[in-house]
Design a protein around this ligand. Structure first.
Ligand code: FES
Ligand code: FES
Length: 164
């Protein structure tokens, strides 16, 4: 039986894929579309390396199927609009091997969209699911604080409602 044609919106661009609707989004964006900035780590929702945004929410691409993102806006690290956050990352020399960093940035950008000036507890809660085998956690926290309350609060090119 042939696959249905699936319409996807990724980084503001429309794609039509001939793929199994149960395929994880991670396979589709990396292996079919060539968007390899999003990394495969555990494949089980445990490490955060594959974090993307689905309608602005940080989401594990390894556990999310193509049918679950139908009609939704998917953003990968290639489409992330968070210049100030990325500048702070560079300033603090955050990455070591770099493998986890796309996922870290996606989670941090979603955090700043929700809380432009996050406190320590909010940072820890937002970032706890993103593991780093190189132990860059202290630098990640410093970079998030530096970027806080700036244009990095832009996610997917839009500001989001800030909760009281
Ligand atoms: S690869 Fe998806 S959470 Fe680890
Ligand atoms: S920088 Fe190496 S795993 Fe995080």
């Amino acid at each position: 039986m042939s696959n249905p044609q699936l319409g996807l919106k990724i980084n503001g661009k429309d794609y039509t894929l001939d793929a199994d609707p149960n395929m994880p989004v991670l396979w589709a964006i990396r292996d079919i579309l060539g968007l390899t900035g999003t990394k495969y780590g555990c494949g089980a929702g445990l490490c955060g390396a594959c974090t993307i945004h689905v309608d602005g929410e940080p989401t594990r691409a390894c556990l999310t199927s193509l049918k679950q993102v139908q009609g939704k806006q998917v953003t990968t690290i290639e489409g992330l609009a968070a210049d100030k956050l990325q500048t702070a990352w560079r300033k603090h020399n955050v990455p070591q091997c770099g493998y986890c960093q796309a996922g870290q940035l996606m989670s941090a950008a979603a955090l700043l969209a929700q809380y432009p000036e996050p406190n320590d507890a909010q940072i820890e809660e937002a970032m706890v699911g993103n593991l780093c085998r190189c132990g860059t956690y202290t630098r990640i926290k410093a970079a998030i604080k530096e970027a806080a309350a700036g244009p990095s609060a832009l996610v997917d090119g839009q500001t989001r409602e800030v909760e009281a």
